[in-house]
Design a protein around this ligand. Sequence first.
Ligand SMILES: NC(=O)c1ccc[n+]([C@@H]2O[C@H](COP(=O)([O-])OP(=O)(O)OC[C@H]3O[C@@H](n4cnc5c(N)ncnc54)[C@H](OP(=O)(O)O)[C@@H]3O)[C@@H](O)[C@H]2O)c1
Length: 295
Amino acid sequence: MSPAASPQILDGKALAQKMQGELQAEIATLAPQVSRAPGLAVLMVGENPASAVYVRNKELACEKIGINSFGCHFPEHTSQEELEAVIQDLNQDPRVDGILVQLPLPPHLDAVALLHTIAPEKDADGLHPVNLGHLVRGEAGLRSCTPAGVMRLLTEYNLELAGKTAVVLGRSILVGKPLALMLLEKNATVTIAHSHTRNLADLTRQADILVAAIGKPQLVTADMVKPGAIVIDVGINRISLPDGKAKLVGDVDFDTVAPLASYITPVPGGIGPMTVAMLLQNTVASYLKQWAAGT
Ligand SMILES: NC(=O)c1ccc[n+]([C@@H]2O[C@H](COP(=O)([O-])OP(=O)(O)OC[C@H]3O[C@@H](n4cnc5c(N)ncnc54)[C@H](OP(=O)(O)O)[C@@H]3O)[C@@H](O)[C@H]2O)c1
């Protein structure tokens, strides 16, 4: 790969809009046959302002394409038992195809136990161990939305992954680990880096595909990137500008890295909208599965 004169932007916003249009048409055709629209329940606890924005965006996206959203917003002090009971009810509710717990949760709550309470077939975020197990085994199942969004974007631009060297920065269960498995599934040679990784730049400079999912604003700089690399920026960080205004930036220093890259995702407008599109797609997939099963 050689550096592009100007990199191609991997436009997650445009692809997410296209996918939403397709899902909207699919729902319009299916809903009369199924006798109901698909349903997504988003559980949010407390008043985390960033979470409130994400939840609102997800609910608006549902509304736009014809998915019923069941907003379940609870006060900060809600107990683990109360939330587990809500999830059990949603598991049984035939109007609900997907359930999502918006993270992070207040510290007194056990997020993992809540995720395990969700019925695997309604696990819209693909984080239940059953779905993660399917991913490890390369079997069909609900896939985690952010890494699935990265893969869908790479596919849209016909980017060949087989035999390529991929370096994933970050090993969270939400992004880094599942994404590494998905890249491996496409026959990339994958390395995962984390906060204990030594000589990070030596590693990242070998990457044909470099993914940053670490939550450190603009940590990836030009000296860390191989010319011609495909650079995927999952990070979303809010920084304060000297004039006091806030700005969203990724984990990649876009201005210095973009001239070197062959393809790069912007922040905002890259992986963020793809995550929402994959959530909607997972919900519709579960809806179809429930319908096929006669429930
Ligand atoms: N676009 C989207 O829709 C979307 C969705 C989810 C997340 N995000 C964003 O993606 C970023 C990562 O999210 P996350 O949930 O995966 O975060 P996380 O759970 O905090 O995990 C961060 C990972 O980065 C690693 N890390 C931290 N500093 C590092 C460094 N200097 N060098 C190498 N690795 C380092 C950590 O290593 P250790 O494991 O050793 O601690 C950890 O594995 C955040 O900015 C988040 O807002 C975006």
